[in-house]
Design a protein around this ligand. Sequence first.
Ligand code: UN1
Length: 514
Amino acid sequence: MTNTFGISQSLQKIGIKPENLGSSTGINWLDSVETSFSSFSPADGELIAKVQPANTETYEAVIAQAHLAFEKWRTVPAPQRGEIVREIGNALREVKEDLGKLVSYEMGKSYQEGLGEVQEMIDICDFAVGLSRQLYGLTIHSERPGHRMYEQWHPLGIVGIISAFNFPVAVWSWNAALAWVCGDVCVWKPSEKAPLSAVACQHIVGKIFAQHGMPEGISSLIIGDHQVGELLSHDPRVPLVSATGSTRMGKLVAKAVGERLGRSLLELGGNNAIIITENADLDIAIRGALFGAVGTAGQRCTTTRRLIIQESVYEEVKTRLASAYSKLVIGNPLDERNHVGPLIDRDAVESYLAAIDKVKAEGGKAVVDGGVLGGKGFESGCYVKPAIFEAENHFEIVQHETFAPILYLIKYKTLAEAIALQNGVPQGLSSAIMTTNMREAEAFLSAAGSDCGIANVNIGTSGAEIGGAFGGEKETGGGRESGSDAWKAYMRRQTNTINYSTSLPLAQGIKFDI
Ligand code: UN1
């Protein structure tokens, strides 16, 4: 199922070849459609495209087609499914620059980070190809003579994927590439703030499935707002809904999916901290904190939002960070000289300003003050200054995830106190410690240490590799996507017991003779 969409001249203007991103597959690139979502670039405020949203009828058609596709796809041997995912990875390699540029332009992250996002897609495809030969179950010794037990993993069916604007393509691919090799089909609801990147991906993968004579419904796209997400969440024909986004959204998804006893895989908000101890290599600590806090303009779920700094190095860290911030160049994300691009839209700018007002009202002190940039190059109104505030962990605003480049500095005396501060927020996604002291590092990683899904040493909180399981605890939702054994969430486990004897002994030694 495809969506009709329009594109303004602005894409060609930034040097993207539309044929690389799908127009050669015969989909119309229209200039206007009647009911549509508009996608504006936060980089320059231009209208990029109008995208047709799904309604209840198109949703029904998508699910019916996905269901039919599943009946075929599940019978294709997993290594052959892996072969197709290999080709998807190769197709992504070919369009890496164009797709990276589109992501950068539509979402506002720097071009380098746009390329990195597409690289994450390529990496997960490679991972999934290998996985397609490793969907192992265990064999178990039976307590009964002449019996054998084993377990196997079968595909689930339709996997609903709800993704956020900040990683408009990579997070979908983490889910989709694994789901496909597992034998599932995917229905994707991308963020309505970055629909064109999703349409481009749908074209790229649709072409590969078609070349293999595979049904279109293996990969479907439904564009829309929360109402479309609700259709997926409430639909018992969708056994798994994987949702990435705010904790508020995740709670709604979990409730709807839970009510029908479906599965949800949630990757929600983070409030990630780096502990900088007196034994830290401060060069590494400053660089790690800087990218963690201002990369993607503070709009990663893994963004560093809090620095918990030992009092003996506090002043030095503060001064060096302020100096590093003064060298940041803010501007159009497609210009590689710029470090920081815009926020996604003006609503995000409002939240940023409100958070700054709040931290000041709660007693926070500006180390580097924020503000909205105006004038030439900043006409979209979405460019803001990365800011740093001295704050207390218990401030309400510090407990809250604001999707913007605002960093809070918090002082500590003992490591036990630092770990308690690090854990003292409702979210539990990513965390890090900067130290060259083995005892400190191991204490942080121990069961009594960080309570997050990700805990790093001498690395910032963002920029995880796809090979590890990605996700976190508490209000982050508990789901794990991407590497390690995250694939198990996309399959159903079946335990098989086979009796090859000439009698029928019962388990637990129960006698039932007549
Ligand atoms: C997200 O922000 O939702 O670890 C995902 C990172 C990236 C993924 C972030 N690899 O920062």
